[in-house]
Design a protein around this ligand. Structure first.
Ligand code: FES
Ligand code: FES
Length: 234
């Protein structure tokens, strides 16, 4: 049979407390109340309502920017915050370069600046005045496809094609990087220049370009064939 009686000697046993000696429970309750009152101003200072409202910055006005893309000069009016990707697509009308993630993760926006591949979504257009920019539209020469473009067709190295402009620009740069002796993270000996690109090297050097369709095997075959000097062979 249960009992509601307070166990003798416990904190709730009134006989334990005297006016001069409060029980331990009462002491802890009082201490907690004092601590809560003391903490209240700090808690209030952390609330959003007490924070100063953020100051909205007015956008910088457009300014003239001249870009040299695929051998042609584009005189554009751009806000300084416009990325090279948006400048190419939305202002210069060159829609071949694709926007996938817009945050440097997929490689769909890869273009060549002074021969080096970059993610155009991660750089501002105003930073590239006076530099030579090549997009997928500029890889062909007077209507003749470049060797890597031809190899992509020969090896069926795409499905939906959304990643392909970035893959082509990246592969173009990859070949010249290898020819100039640039090592990768899978190069066994960075002091010895390997004569051939292995498939492992190609995969590593193309790893910044994502293909949602999974055409990787054929992309590697296309790059390998151009590197080997015969775009038509697997
Ligand atoms: S759109 Fe630039 S990396 Fe994805
Ligand atoms: S071919 Fe479709 S994403 Fe690469």
């Amino acid at each position: 049979m249960s009992s509601n009686r307070v166990p003798a000697g416990s904190d709730d046993d009134p006989s334990v407390a005297t006016p001069q000696q409060p029980s331990r429970r009462r002491f802890l309750q009082s201490a907690a109340a004092v601590a809560a009152v003391g903490a209240a101003p700090h808690v209030q200072a952390q609330t959003p309502s007490a924070a100063a409202p953020p100051q909205a910055r007015a956008p910088e006005p457009p300014r003239p920017v001249t870009l040299n893309v695929n051998g042609r000069t584009y005189s554009l009016q751009l806000e300084p915050r416009v990325t090279l990707l948006d400048a190419l697509r939305e202002y210069a009308g060159l829609m071949g370069t694709k926007k996938g993630c817009d945050r440097g993760q997929c490689g769909a926006c890869t273009v060549l600046v002074e021969g080096r591949r970059i993610n155009s979504c991660l750089t501002l257009a105003v930073m590239h005045e006076g530099e030579t920019i090549t997009t997928v539209e500029g890889l062909a020469n007077n209507g003749t496809l470049s060797p890597i473009q031809q190899a992509f067709i020969e090896h069926d190295a795409f499905q939906c094609g959304y990643c392909t402009p970035g893959q082509l620009c990246s592969a173009t740069a990859l070949l010249s990087e290898f020819d100039s002796g640039t090592a990768s993270t899978v190069t066994a000996d960075v002091r010895a220049r390997p004569p051939q690109l292995s498939d492992e090297e190609i995969r590593e050097r193309m790893s910044g370009n994502i293909c949602r369709c999974g055409a990787y095997a054929n992309i590697v075959a296309a790059v390998r064939s151009v590197h080997g000097g015969n775009p038509g062979n697997a």
